[in-house]
Write a protein that binds this ligand. Structure first.
Ligand code: GLC
Ligand code: CA
Length: 550
């Protein structure tokens, strides 16, 4: 990572390019559309952008299957459009980070085409294994997206590993040539002026030697052997030493199943740090078991434990990445919030994480309180993982039950086009949108919220402005109160100048409010709320932020 820690003062906005904004009317979001909306992003108070992959790709996993790391896909406008966006962002004081997807490439990548023909030096770029004597798979690991983790390649007459879709072949990171390729990719984008990377499932890049069978996990077999594998730290250190440390850039690593203790192996600022931040998953697991498809009723206490674990666990050592939504999970209003109290709960959810310590990320559409999409037919789903889950998992259950499982679990719920206005196709495109638009766009859209002082959009603006204004939000201490409550999440942030108390209700029931000991509400200033009057009991999904200056 670079020497400067500018990322600690930023609020990032995540763009999932296909569904953000179509600039040329072909129905697909693109960089022309992003360029049009740079001022909008800036107006939120966001001063960083994370782009989900923009590279050329066959699109099996919506861009996470890359076929060329050195270009921008023509459907997004190509390199010229990217440079224009990069300049435009920089002119506005915004940083830009790219997605780095190097656990795997598309099987359409040149490296893979050569590797399957054993053309040097590409022969060992991927994880190839012969069939076992009886034709069996090399081991019993599962793919996270479809079936087993091995696919047979006719050309080479061997199996290759794919931890995700069949068309996403895992790179062999143990091969030094592959690591050199990664470093060249990094240098290429950093030299162009990109400010860092979000590193896709980077904790999967080092597989346990010998690729042993997994006799421990009942499902997702292999994950204990490929997540946080034996050489992960070493490879990340190499990338840091040879590339990142020479640039003023940031790194953010996606890290399934990571705990604060594990994270500190990589992000401890006082000891052997090789990354700036990690994306944890525990705050996404308060209404599901292990993955979003295994839906269970929402448990606030589980969520609070996760937040406090991370706030306390990294204190004084590492820096949190904060988020409630991204392109891999259904919308939060429909999960931890309430569609019935959409406006109230969207605002409450914003405040529940925007005042924590760390660098917040806002996912496109989250800032207007977009909610889940409920298609009537499983065929309407696009996502490779979702389709597998419908057609291959729990197939004995009724079609209704199976469809409902997708409503709660599918990533496509959060991938519908951003709702810009009440016009046709939500103002996303003048053409035919590549994907379905959520029907609620007539009520939920940016244009109408711009006109409304009390909208979710304007609440985000206020909350982000406050977070930048208050020194205690950046560096103050964190304390959680009333931990046993399954209705309220209450926390304070405090430094030598001031303290704030954030009270968030996660229920539609009214609940009595008692300020924690030492907080005299009468002498506080209420600086943020989502009801016209904040008094007496806490109302449905109410949020209050109180400030005391010292
Ligand atoms: C990450 C991405 C996800 C993608 C997967 C495989 O989890 O966020 O969208 O499908 O990696 O690249
Ligand atoms: Ca387009």
């Amino acid at each position: 990572m670079g020497k400067n820690q500018w990322y600690k003062d930023k609020v990032f906005y995540q763009i999932w390019p296909r569904s953000f904004k179509d600039g040329n009317g072909d129905g697909m979001g693109d960089l022309l559309g992003v360029y049009e909306k740079l001022d909008y992003i800036k107006s939120l108070g966001c001063d960083g952008i994370w782009f989900s992959p923009l590279y050329p790709s066959p699109g099996v996993d919506c861009g996470y299957d890359i076929s060329d790391y050195y270009d921008i896909a023509p459907e997004f406008g190509g390199m010229e459009a990217f440079k224009k966006v990069l300049d435009g962002a920089h002119q506005r004081g915004m940083k830009v980070i790219m997605d780095l997807v190097v656990n795997h490439t598309s099987t359409e990548h040149e490296w893979f085409k050569k590797s399957r023909q054993k053309i040097e030096p590409y022969t060992d770029y991927y994880i190839w294994r012969p069939a076992k004597p009886n034709g069996k798979l090399p081991n019993n690991w599962d793919s996270l997206f479809e079936g087993k983790a091995w696919a047979w390649d006719e050309v080479r007459g061997e199996y290759y590993m794919h931890l995700f879709a069949i068309e996403q072949a895992d790179l062999n990171m143990d091969n030094p040539l592959v690591r050199e390729e990664v470093k060249n990719i990094l240098r290429f984008w950093l030299d162009m002026g990109v400010d860092g990377f979000r590193e896709d499932v980077i904790t999967f890049i080092s597989k346990k030697e010998g690729l042993p069978d997994d006799h421990i996990m009942p499902a997702s077999k292999g994950i204990l052997y490929f997540n946080h594998g034996p050489h992960l730290h070493e490879y990340l250190e190499e990338f840091d030493r040879d590339v990142f440390s020479h640039y003023d850039c940031m790194t953010l690593a996606e890290a399934p199943m990571v705990t604060p203790k594990k994270a500190l192996k990589y992000i401890d600022e006082t000891n052997n740090r090789v990354l700036d931040m990690m994306i944890q998953f525990s705050t996404q697991e308060a209404d599901c078991l292990f993955m979003d498809f295994n839906h269970i009723p929402f448990k606030l206490r589980k969520l609070k434990r996760a937040y406090s674990n991370w706030q306390n666990g990294l204190e004084g050592k590492g820096w949190n990445m904060l988020y409630i939504e991204n392109h891999d999970h259904p919308r939060m209003v429909s999960r931890y919030g309430s569609e019935k109290y959409r406006v109230e709960s969207a605002k409450m959810l914003a405040a529940s994480y925007l005042f924590l310590k760390g660098t917040p990320f806002v996912y496109q559409g989250q800032e207007i309180g977009m909610s889940n999409w409920y298609p009537s037919d499983p065929e309407m789903y696009e996502d490779v993982q979702t389709r597998w889950q419908y057609f291959n998992v729990g197939t004995k259950k009724s079609p209704e039950k199976r469809l409902q499982r997708l409503w709660h679990g599918s990533r496509d719920s959060a991938r519908t086009p951003v709702q810009w206005s009440g016009e046709e196709n939500a103002g996303f495109t003048t053409g035919k949108p590549w994907f379905f638009v959520n029907e609620n766009y007539v009520d939920v859209n940016v244009a109408s919220q711009e006109q409304d002082e009390e909208s979710v959009l304007n609440f985000y603006r206020k909350a982000i402005a406050l977070r930048k204004e208050l020194s205690c939000v950046k560096n103050g201490s964190y304390t959680e109160y009333n931990k046993a409550s399954s209705a309220l999440y209450t926390y304070s942030r405090e430094d030598e100048k001031q303290k704030i108390l954030v009270v968030c209700s996660f229920t539609e029931k009214e609940v009595p409010f008692r300020a924690p000991k030492g907080f005299d509400i009468d002498s506080a200033r209420l600086i943020l709320q989502n009801y016209p009057k904040a008094e007496g009991n806490i109302k449905a999904y109410e949020v209050r932020v109180y400030l005391w200056n010292k």
